[in-house]
Design a protein around this ligand. Structure first.
Ligand SMILES: *Cc1c(COP(=O)(O)O)cnc(C)c1O
Length: 374
């Protein structure tokens, strides 16, 4: 979303060059005919969908993937032409827009096709069949269902089976039993079709980089590592090339004050100073996605780690400073500062979650600024 104004110094700085490098490296890693589907759902994992989409397309991605019809519309309003694949379910009411604007829909039920066929289409509607090979989410799971679906599509003059794909539940883990089972389920179903659709795809980041780099089919769906994050510790230790974190989070000190031993800070007065020192106030809080669970996390000031003290408020939080820095001093919450670095993985560990979640929960109140504007 466009920011109307940007007076507060809190911002997410997105390194588009890092994203470009992460895609360039993947390109080297793929066979020439294999297409890159850049996964830019959820506002490009919180990085800003339009800017990331442009960067990905310039580095050779040929298809953009989103989760919802509305995300596809948002891109199409700015980027004409390029194939956009909606990975999730779409209502049949989206069919007219999708056919007119070259948006590829994911399908998995013959009933949906019958309803969708009643919608007005101006051009051919491209469809990718989703196979549930073991994820248990959306998708067709049996040969019978697949053939019913395929036949239903064949009967609609303006509908075309352009692709078929599946998604792996355990590609980021060491054990291969469940993964191998999904691969064989998928291959069996694909081979049962009377003809191969244009695009067969299965690999997410973990599969393409580590779990089975030979399983490229016609395209790979590249998400998390495009943003410079590894899907899991298992994958992180086996990456075929280094990846660069693209997301930084920065602000400035807006108030610095002395605190005396015995004085407390924040709601509930949960922090009490053991000795005299300095407290800095940051204009960022849980309404920005800096959730309360991050209490105790360090931030960087002048290249030094300073702990957050007391409870994180809705719009502000406080840190303990080693000296009296000036108001306006730069504070880095995520990313690099003077040789120190705070990773998204570090935040994820503190929040007891996965790195995927961290940039996604930095809310729209935090403007995304690009250090590599085209
Ligand atoms: C999100 C998503 C991806 C991307 O996964 P990463 O682990 O981020 O590479 C690929 N395919 C589907 C169906 C997805 O939903």
């Amino acid at each position: 979303m466009e920011q109307l104004s940007n007076y507060r110094p809190t911002k997410a700085v997105i390194d588009l060059q890092a994203i470009r490098n992460n895609i360039k490296n993947l390109r080297q890693h793929l066979q020439d005919h294999v297409q890159i589907i850049a996964v830019v759902k959820a506002n490009a994992y919180g990085h800003g969908v339009i800017e990331v989409a442009h960067a990905a397309l310039e580095e050779g991605a040929t298809i953009l993937a989103v989760a919802t019809p509305d995300e596809a519309v948002q891109i199409r309003q700015v980027i004409p032409g390029t194939d956009i694949l909606v990975l999730g379910a779409s209502p049949v009411q989206f069919v007219p827009y999708a056919s007119e604007h070259n948006i590829i829909l994911t399908v998995f039920s013959p009933e949906w096709i019958l309803e969708a066929a009643k919608q007005h289409t101006t051009k051919t509607l491209l469809l990718h069949i989703k196979i549930d090979s073991g994820m248990g989410r959306i998708g067709t799971a049996s040969q019978d269902q697949l053939h019913q679906l395929y036949d239903a599509i064949q009967k609609v003059p303006n509908f075309e089976t352009d692709g078929i794909f599946t998604h792996f539940a355990t590609a980021d883990e060491e054990d291969a039993v469940y993964f191998d089972k999904q691969v064989s389920n998928f291959k069996e179903l694909v081979h049962s079709l009377p003809s191969k659709p244009r695009l067969v795809h299965a690999a997410n980041t973990a599969t393409a980089l580590v779990k089975d780099p030979t399983l490229q089919f016609d395209a790979v769906r590249y998400g998390i590592s495009m943003y410079g994050l590894a899907p899991s510790g298992y994958v992180a230790q086996r990456l075929p090339f280094p990846i660069e974190q693209a997301f930084s989070l920065e602000t400035e000190l807006v108030h610095v004050k002395e605190i005396r031993a015995g004085q407390s800070v924040g709601y509930g007065a949960t922090y009490t100073a053991a000795e005299n020192g300095y407290v800095g106030t940051l204009p960022i809080g849980y309404a920005d996605g800096m959730i309360r669970k991050l209490g105790g996390q360090s931030v960087l000031v002048d290249g030094q780690r300073c702990p957050i003290i007391g409870r994180i408020c809705m719009d502000q939080c406080m840190i303990l400073l080693p000296q009296a820095y000036n108001v306006g001093e730069k504070v880095t919450l995520l990313g690099a500062q003077k040789g120190e670095f705070i990773s998204i993985d570090e935040w994820a560990a503190r929040c007891e979650t996965i790195n995927y979640e961290v940039p996604c929960i930095i809310t729209a109140r935090v403007p995304r600024i690009y250090n590599n504007v085209r």
